[in-house]
Ligand binder design. Structure first.
Ligand code: FES
Length: 211
């Protein structure tokens, strides 16, 4: 089930770099002494982003979780529990583009099976949890990401891509394979935010007595 070809191995040591250290201090500062654990998710996110910045893969090696535990003065198991609970934290290496496809009921009813299939076919991935042989894509199944109104959708790294279908998913991934940058986030059909897909249906100028 795990990544077919991990882009990298578990490092023996992890320390915050200058950028991360500044962010960590800012994250911990609001909490009183003895309550630094409240910053745990922020610190894990900082560590994962450092991995992405320095290695190209946004994940949390055990050494990073242990470092966060030591920094916050808690047992490592408390950090492992948190890191393995939230899908936003990756405890194994992921590809450059982490494809997180929502398959919860609203997205499923709107065609998430097609999105999953397009991801598998285009990225060359057989199962959820795998990374493509070129290290470019990792496919993960996630629960509702709160964008049901523009279902079906998937998250790629930090961004949401909505109103997807199989063809648009394939085109998007082919562009990434060709080296193009991620397109602007949001609806892939041009829908404005979560406005009606058929266009404006109320408060039309023809119905407005002031017009
Ligand atoms: S069900 Fe997919 S975003 Fe809510």
């Amino acid at each position: 089930m795990s990544n077919q070809q991990a882009p990298q191995q578990e490092p023996q040591h992890f320390a915050f770099d200058e950028i991360s250290e500044a962010a960590a201090r800012k994250a911990i500062a609001p909490y009183p002494e003895g309550r630094e654990i409240s910053a745990v998710k922020t610190l894990l996110d900082i560590a994962q982003r450092q991995m992405a910045r320095t290695t190209g893969s946004a994940w949390l090696p055990r050494a990073a979780m242990d470092m966060v535990a030591a920094r916050l003065g808690v047992a490592p198991i408390r950090i492992y529990e948190i890191a393995t609970f939230y899908t936003m934290f990756n405890t194994k290496p992921v590809g450059k583009y982490h494809l997180q496809v929502c398959t919860t009921t609203p997205c499923w009813l709107r065609g998430s099976d097609d999105i999953v299939q397009a991801c598998k076919n285009t990225a060359g991935i057989g199962h959820f949890g795998e990374t493509s042989a070129d290290g470019l894509f990792t496919l993960t199944e996630v629960e509702c990401l709160g964008a049901c109104v523009n279902a079906p959708m998937m998250q790629i790294n930090d961004d949401y891509y909505e109103d997807l279908d199989g063809a648009r998913t394939q085109a998007l991934l082919n562009d990434l394979k060709a080296g193009k940058p991620l397109p602007p986030a949001g609806s892939t059909t041009g829908r404005k935010a979560s406005a009606p897909a058929s266009g404006q249906t109320t408060l039309l100028p023809a119905n407005d007595p002031a017009e």
